[in-house]
Design a protein. Sequence first.
Length: 514
Amino acid sequence: MSATPMLTPSGHDIVQFASAVKDRLGLLFPGRQQDWLRDIFEQRLRVKGLDAVAYFSQLDAGALPEETRVLAGALTVGETFFFRHKEQFDALRNHVLPRLIAANQATRSLRILSVGCASGEEPYSIAMALEALGGLPGWDVTIVGVDVNPKAIEKARAASYGAWSLRETGADERQRWFRMSGSSYFLAPSIRERVQFHELNLTQPAPEFWRSQRFDLVFCRNVLMYLDPAVARQAVARIHQATVPGAYLFLGHAEHLRDLSRDFQLCQSHSCFYYRHGDAGEAIDVARVRDVDRVEVPTGSGAAAEAAADMDWFEAICGATQRVRTLGQRLRTKAGFSNTASDPTERGSAIAKAMAYFRHDQFEQALRLLGDVDPSWYRDPEIQLLRIVLLAHQGELKQAECAASTLVLPRPWMAEAHHALGLCFENSGDHASAQTRYKMAAQLDPLFAMPRMHLGLMARRQGRGLDGKRELEDALLLLDTEQVRRIQLFGGGFDRRALHDVCRAELRALRAGP
């Protein structure tokens, strides 16, 4: 009688599984995501009826031919929606597409790629943006969406979506491009037919797909940040090879090409940043933001312009900190937190219920509730901020980071958004970025206790006793008047008294010395 396989993996097995996933999909799973990775691995062992040794043996021998596709479906993030990051689509419609159309008049062709297209909302949004410009009749227009997740590709081809996917879609677009049946929105055939979908694994060479100068425009948003750096560099190199000179590249708000490639120039318009293949003509030094509600980007020429072109959007925003501080008090009323007295009863009730779930650590229920709210509330920064914190508490740090970056970019004066982004960076181990965000939050709102507390705790862990003492003492004083809402959101489950106790305990430890 054969023994039952030992299906519970060891810590070493999890490390080996993470390595196998990285080799096959290029994905990394740091920090708190290790528990999720363990759950997926245990599930795969149960399904296959194998122990870890047998699983790895069969995987390496090619005896599990569909396993990579199954893992892709289980491990990749599919969070997206139509017209995600509205300012990027504003730049696409008003700046990028008109220039590409003008440049391609001779060939009357336009070739567009969406990498990591998930369930299809992104390439379909691009198709709708083209239709808004007249649809280019008589042109040869190709839009290709690729993703490693076969389930996502299947959903993209079905083109059926729920209200949450349309939360940034205007009423005119809904009426024009969707037909509702029950609770589902079905995309119009004229848009569906514009987009082709394919499975594509970025760790594989696929030379025919990445053939030279194939695309004029590439969206690769919220993909690179999940990849092993070597895989990310390889992916960007393939994108560069497959794009024509002058082609445009859009990344996610939390992503940049620093340390990945110098083959693209950074451009800016419509309150967002993007890249252009090998042409500095639109580099950041010639694009100035004049709207008072937008961040002014440092400009220059020569060496200064070259340095600016190597900056990501976050560094550019940091260069405007002094201006933001000067405008802080006047703009803070625009930070987006609605006056509770003027809130509709239903909206206030939804937030209250979500907060009740949050206080009882029922994060999934709270997120589900927020997913069912009136679509007109989806842009409400208070709802967005609560969702960011919920995602972070669930360990979905990259999703939380993307959402926080989206909240910060059009609201650089919003201290709570910077603090939320700092929490994402701190929990993912990027302490330098976390400290920068906490400092910005404290500068924008000198009465905000929570970022000072985090700065103090981080300083103490790093052996900077004097800095830690100063920040913790300030936090201790500010906690007396800190808003209840901010304590509930950012207190990690502690109330005001407990946070006082934490600060006092840390200060006692600092005074006691090593």
